[in-house]
Design a binder for this molecule. Structure first.
Ligand code: NAP
Length: 252
C-alpha cells in the first residue's frame, strides 16, 4: 500500500512554510518524497535546514501574499527551480481579533486578502499551469474549525475560512473533471503563533482544552498525514471535501 502515499518525483508549493502548520506540512511532504517550494514573506531557514537534513529537495520563493502580485513569480520560480508543479498547499493565513462592533475595514480586508483572495487567484494560476501541461494536480486548502462555527471576535477570519470551505467545493466541481483534486484540511486547535493569544489566556485555554476529546493542543507535525494523503494518489477520487484534524473537537 505504501506506494499510494509516495510523492517521489512530485513538486509541491507550500505557502507560509517558515513556521507552524505550513512547516509541519512541508516536512511531511518532503519526507514522502516531494520536492517542496517554500513560499512566504519570511525566510524559511529552519524548514530548509530540516528538509536538507532528511535528504530532501526544496527551493524558496519570497512572496507577500497580502496581494496577488507575486502569483506569476511563484508558479514560474517553482517550475524553474524544481522542474514541475503537482501539489499546491494554500496554508498561509492570518487572524485579527476585535469585537465585531469595533471591527475596522483594515482588519476585514487584511484577513480576506491573504486567507481567501490570494488563495483563489493562486489556485487559478496553479490550475491553469496544470491544464497547460496536460496534467492533473492536487490543491489542499487549510480551513479551520471556523469553517463550521462562528467563533468569537474573529468575524473576518470566520468569513474567510467559511468561504474557503465553500471555495474548496466550488473549485472541485469545476476542476475534478480536469484531474485536479481540490480538498481542504480543517485543523482544530494547534500550538502555533496563530493561537498564541489563546494559549496565553488561561480562561480561554482551559475552555478550549475542556472541549477537545484528545485533551491537548495539536502539534504541527500531526497535520502531515492528512496532507500527504490529500497530495498523493491515495486520494485520487476524493474531491471537494474538508477533512477535520481536530482531536475530536467537532464531535463534541
Ligand atoms: P502561523 O504560525 O501564524 O503561520 C502563518 C503563516 O502564514 C506564516 O508562515 C506567515 O508568515 C504566513 N503569512 C501570513 N501572512 C502572510 C503574507 N501576507 N504573505 C506571506 N505569508 C504570510 O499560524 P499557523 O497556525 O501555522 O497557521 C497556518 C494556517 O493554518 C493558517 O491558514 C491558519 O488560519 C490555519 N489554522 C491554524 C490553526 C491553529 O490552531 N494553529 C487552526 C485552524 C487553522 P510570517 O511568519 O512571515 O508571518
Amino acid at each position: 500500500m505504501s506506494h499510494l502515499f509516495d510523492l517521489a518525483g512530485k513538486t509541491a508549493i507550500v505557502t507560509g512554510a517558515n513556521t507552524g502548520l505550513g512547516q509541519g506540512i512541508a516536512l511531511a511532504l518532503a519526507d514522502a518524497g516531494a520536492a517542496v517550494s517554500l513560499v512566504g514573506r519570511s525566510a524559511p531557514d529552519e524548514t530548509v535546514e530540516k528538509i536538507k537534513a532528511m535528504g530532501g529537495a526544496c527551493c524558496t520563493v519570497k512572496a507577500d501574499l497580502s496581494s496577488v502580485d507575486a502569483i506569476d513569480d511563484i508558479i514560474t520560480a517553482t517550475r524553474d527551480q524544481l522542474g514541475g508543479l503537482d501539489i499546491l498547499v494554500n496554508n498561509a493565513g492570518i487572524i485579527q481579533r476585535n469585537d465585531a462592533i469595533d471591527f475596522t475595514m483594515e482588519e476585514w480586508d487584511s484577513v480576506l486578502n491573504v486567507n481567501l483572495r490570494t488563495v483563489f487567484f493562486l489556485s487559478q494560476a496553479f490550475a491553469r499551469a496544470c491544464v497547460d501541461a496536460s496534467q492533473g494536480g492536487k490543491i489542499i486548502n487549510i480551513a479551520s474549525m471556523l469553517s463550521y462555527r462562528g467563533g468569537i471576535r474573529v468575524p473576518s477570519y470566520t468569513a474567510s475560512k467559511s468561504g474557503l470551505m465553500g471555495l474548496t467545493r466550488a473549485l472541485a466541481n469545476e476542476w475534478a473533471g480536469k484531474g485536479i483534486n481540490v480538498n481542504a484540511i480543517a485543523p482544530g486547535y494547534f500550538a502555533t503563533n496563530n493561537t498564541a493569544a489563546l494559549q496565553a489566556d488561561p480562561k480561554r485555554s482551559a475552555e478550549i482544552l475542556g472541549r477537545i476529546p484528545a485533551g491537548r493542543w495539536g502539534q504541527p507535525k500531526e497535520l502531515g498525514g492528512a496532507a500527504v494523503f490529500l497530495a498523493s494518489d491515495a486520494s485520487d477520487y476524493v474531491h471537494g471535501t474538508t477533512l477535520p484534524v481536530d482531536g475530536g473537537w467537532l464531535s463534541r
